[in-house]
Write a protein that binds this ligand. Structure first.
Ligand SMILES: Cc1cc2nc3c(=O)[nH]c(=O)nc-3n(C[C@H](O)[C@H](O)[C@H](O)COP(=O)(O)OP(=O)(O)OC[C@H]3O[C@@H](n4cnc5c(N)ncnc54)[C@H](O)[C@@H]3O)c2cc1C
Length: 552
């Protein structure tokens, strides 16, 4: 790979990177290199939807602790991300949720003209081949197959009914929502998912499996920095098992390493807040104070009940159950392994302002350690409230100049009291829906927060500070915009550096009110479109692309 020259180098083969690389390689005259730090995605635990918990904490994920959080008594939050071809989309819960149309209007109102709902909707449609829905909201011939999850646990059905029975705590009805990505997000229902016929659909499978000969995909390749000469990105430094290499980009480098690693790589390359770079002795190529700032996420708190009967998914991954489920999935693509685990849930407008602030995910298993292996011994049902509004802003900073080290992440979680107010209401709503007849008949007692935590605000707040975790929807750390804080402009070019874009969840100026993968894919589709339209660089006579693909 050393000294090879490509037209485009895409850094990070995650949800966004696979889209960008796949789309750019549709032009057969362009040589594209995709570099992914983690391994390949050939694993039954990736392909079978219900297997993803098994990958958390393995070599296919980054796991590290954040900084002590001031508003949570110095508690540190755990962080988990995909580190594998497909990135988060190879290890996540597969919920297909775009956010609210007002989210993109918010982006536009923040100065991001061209990113309003009407502007982004065609790119959501372009990526999608929906197995159930079509126009005006859905696409039917994009690379990603989106479908109703094949497996419906009886507790998922019970939740959807219970939410309708319960209504909101103030008596307003909660509607059944057949399509959270259609005209309205509010309501309870079954999620559509990144799955098809009992298998996970990642962007790696959807965009890279098309055997493009001009696309080289290199896994186990960690980019340590972007090489900048005369304020232009000319290539990357990359570490593989065979050593350190330098690869050149004739046209552009596109950074898609995710909301924690994209700012880390920029800062290691001298692009970031000058004072912070100077502290670490890194030569400043561009003083961009916004790099690593504006970190936003959703926070989630477990609310679990112990079941009367042993009907949860707990234990389905062990012993005889594991063998039976594995056989059933291998033969028919059905059974517990075909479950996305997060099969259904709801979006709730708790203050009646017309936009949901709380998402409840219904799980036929405990949510006590989201990101941990399944709990070993208790059959639980869980309704974990996730706060969709994010008011507090955190930051990502370098720990050292060593590219192998994870970044320092401070969430400043609950620094803004509105987040806590919404989260408290989320816990109350979860408890309220669990009391509705269709669920109550399954439930023995509340395990979390448990009887010791009353419905009083101060009790619930204390519980939330002790037990909440992130919803794993990191965004905003290389924000797009038009002010001095912006890291990328409205075509996703890094400000002040030629030939370098960022295209992943980090460019969202404000995290969407929903799971983040679908919006990230939309951003990646747009990035590829901007690049195609810009006609960046020159088309040169190419050497045999096949020889390049085999050389690395
Ligand atoms: C456990 C979990 C569950 C989730 N559930 C859902 C869900 O159900 N629905 C949903 O919409 N969203 C979900 N998300 C969030 C979603 O997966 C992310 O928003 C999405 O993956 C972000 O895409 P990205 O391209 O920005 O980053 P990623 O998908 O994280 O991709 C970044 C890639 O860059 C690679 N990389 C990093 N550093 C380097 C380097 N130095 N050199 C080379 N490569 C590098 C990483 O290994 C990774 O593959 C979940 C996330 C997690 C972790």
């Amino acid at each position: 790979m050393n000294n090879e020259v490509f037209d485009y180098i895409v850094v990070g083969g995650g949800a966004a990177g696979c889209v960008v690389a796949g789309r750019l390689s549709e032009d057969p005259t362009k040589r594209v290199l995709l570099l992914e730090e983690g391994p390949h995605d050939r694993s039954i635990f990736i392909r079978a939807p219900g297997g993803f918990f098994k990958l958390h904490g393995t070599k296919r994920t980054f796991t590290y602790a954040g900084e002590p959080e001031p508003a949570c008594g110095g508690r540190t939050y755990p962080f988990l991300q995909g580190r594998v071809l497909g990135g988060g989309l190879s290890i996540n819960a597969m919920v297909y949720m775009r956010g609210q149309k007002e989210d993109f209007e918010d982006w536009r109102n923040m100065g991001c003209s061209g990113w309003g709902y009407e502007d982004v909707l065609p790119y959501f449609r372009m990526s999608e081949s929906n197995a159930r829905y079509s126009l005006p909201f859905h696409g039917v011939d994009g690379p990603l197959t989106i479908s109703d999850a094949d497996h419906r646990h009886e507790l998922s059905n019970a939740f959807v009914r219970a939410a309708q029975e319960a209504g909101y705590r103030d008596g307003r009805p909660i509607p059944f929502n057949p399509d959270f990505n259609g005209g309205m997000q509010e309501g309870a229902g079954f999620y559509q998912s990144f799955t098809y016929r009992g298998e996970r659909v990642s962007t790696a499978r959807a965009y890279l499996d098309r055997k493009q000969k001009n696309l080289a995909v290199q896994t186990d390749a960690m980019v340590t920095r972007i090489i900048v000469e005369n304020r232009r990105a000319v290539g990357v430094a990359v570490r593989t098992r065979s050593g350190e290499h330098r690869v050149s980009a004739r046209n552009e480098v596109i950074l898609c390493a995710g909301a924690f690693m994209s700012p880390k790589i920029l800062m290691l390359s001298g692009i970031g807040p000058a004072a912070h770079l100077a502290e670490l002795g890194i030569k400043v190529e561009a003083d961009l104070p916004g790099v690593g700032a504006n970190y936003q996420d959703h926070l989630i708190t477990p609310v679990d009940a112990i079941l009367k009967e042993p009907v949860s998914l707990m234990g389905q991954d062990r012993g005889w159950n594991a063998a039976r489920n594995g056989f059933q999935w291998l033969m028919f693509r059905t059974g517990a392994l075909a479950s996305t685990v997060v099969e259904c849930g709801g979006y709730f407008d708790i203050d009646g302002d017309g936009r949901p602030e709380i998402n409840l995910n219904a799980l036929a298993v405990s949510s006590a350690g989201w990101g941990d292996p399944l709990p070993q011994d208790v059959h639980c049902f869980s309704l974990a409230p996730l706060c969709l509004t994010c008011h507090s802003k955190g930051e990502v900073r370098l720990r050292t100049r060593d590219a192998e080290q994870p970044p320092r992440v401070l969430g400043n979680f609950f620094a803004h009291e509105q987040e806590m107010r919404n989260q408290v209401e989320g816990v109350r709503l979860a408890r309220h829906i669990m009391r509705a007849p269709s669920l109550a008949k399954y439930l023995k007692s509340e395990q979390l927060p448990g009887a010791a935590v009353s419905d009083e605000t101060k009790d619930i707040e204390e519980y939330i500070r002790a037990r909440s975790s992130t919803g794993l929807h990191a965004a905003g750390t290389c924000a797009m915009g038009v002010t001095n804080d912006a890291v990328v402009d409205l075509q996703l070019n890094v400000r002040g550096i030629e030939g370098l874009r960022v295209a992943d969840a980090s460019v969202m100026p404000k995290v969407v009110r929903g799971n983040t993968a679908a919006a990230t894919i939309m951003i990646a589709e747009r990035a590829a479109d901007f690049i195609r339209r810009s006609g960046s660089g020159k088309i040169e006579k190419l050497q045999s692309v096949a020889s390049v693909a085999t050389a690395i």
